[in-house]
Ligand binder design. Structure first.
Ligand SMILES: NC(=O)c1ccc[n+]([C@@H]2O[C@H](COP(=O)([O-])OP(=O)(O)OC[C@H]3O[C@@H](n4cnc5c(N)ncnc54)[C@H](O)[C@@H]3O)[C@@H](O)[C@H]2O)c1
Length: 282
């Protein structure tokens, strides 16, 4: 175990599905820095079983909760209070799923029941978690809540589908709830906009390999890995970042500020500027 930047701190990590999950790496890292953890995921994901390996490694309890169900979040928080013998200090929301993406529906032909599910699972769930925490006063003063986002909240990524709306809403919930929770209890709420990362949810998006290599070539520091993301989350859970709230923080090797890079000019620019004339599919 590393020296305790998070020693004495307790938190719930939502969304560790397997060893590739960003939440998995965050849990490992938070534990290394001294935190006490509870791991949560949807009942179906827990039945897959991998999460128990992480629980063993991080000496954590596993509690199932579907994040769209307020009653299940309430029960999770009730049990957490018992296990932690009190309140928690941080929460990671690392949850996302779009049935439209899963079914391969094109953005111009969305199923709206699916879209409502996308928004509920991937964005409104953060509001539900925060509102249970707020109502039951479950987070200590200067606590830190983080949600994972993607730059498709601000820019168009042609195949990111309705997850783009979910991420825009997720970031907006961080800003709105960050105000109310900051005022009430000095609890911080931020989103981390992460580079494309090879995970189950990430690779489920059509064209993921192109997202990944384009941003890797564009960013002066290259894509951030899930391990890089985990290090950043530890810093954001710690007392060293106490006055950061209501922000969407790009954790992407510089990608979000770039226009074009030498790497793209030299190596990757293939269309010669006549895509439209040749009527290529853009
Ligand atoms: N992988 C990327 O390229 C990338 C980039 C930026 C942001 N993100 C975001 O990071 C977060 C974590 O994704 P990941 O890439 O680690 O993939 P992942 O598939 O490992 O994690 C997604 C998690 O959401 C959980 N989940 C789905 N429905 C749920 C429900 N109803 N209740 C509770 N949990 C539920 C899944 O079980 C899974 O553990 C997501 O918000 C994702 O959008 C990912």
């Amino acid at each position: 175990m590393k020296p305790g930047l998070l020693s004495g701190k307790k938190g719930i990590i939502f969304g560790a599905l397997d060893a590739n999950s960003i939440a998995w790496k965050v849990a490992e890292k938070a534990y290394e820095y001294g935190a006490e953890l509870i791991l949560s995921n949807a009942p179906i994901a827990i039945r897959k079983g991998d999460i128990y390996k992480l629980a063993e490694k991080t000496n954590s309890e596993v509690i199932a909760a579907d994040v769209t169900r307020v009653d299940e979040i309430e029960e999770l928080f009730r049990q957490s209070r018992d296990i932690f013998s009190g309140n928690m200090d941080f929460i990671l929301h690392s949850v996302g799923m779009s049935p439209n993406v899963r079914k391969g529906l094109h953005y111009t032909e969305l199923d709206y029941n699916y879209m409502a599910k996308t928004l509920d699972i991937s964005a409104i769930s953060l509001h539900k978690i925060l509102s249970v925490a707020y109502r039951t006063d479950a987070i200590n003063e200067w606590g830190s809540v983080l949600a994972l986002s993607y730059i498709a909240a601000q820019r168009t990524f042609s195949t990111y589908n309705d997850m783009a709306q979910a991420k825009a809403m997720l970031e907006s919930i961080c800003r709105s709830y960050g105000y109310h929770y900051g005022k009430k209890r000095k609890v911080r709420v931020n989103s981390v906009s992460q580079s494309p990362t090879v995970t189950s949810a990430g690779t489920g998006v059509k064209g993921f390999d192109s997202f990944y290599s384009f941003s890797n070539c564009m960013s002066p520091l290259g894509n951030s890995t899930s391990e890089d993301c985990a290090n950043f989350c530890v810093a954001m859970f710690s007392d060293l970042t106490r006055k950061v709230t209501m922000q969407n923080i790009f954790h992407d090797g510089g990608y979000s500020t770039m226009g074009i890079s030498d790497k793209l000019i030299d190596d990757c620019f293939v269309c010669q500027g006549d895509c439209h004339e040749k009527n290529y599919e853009l």
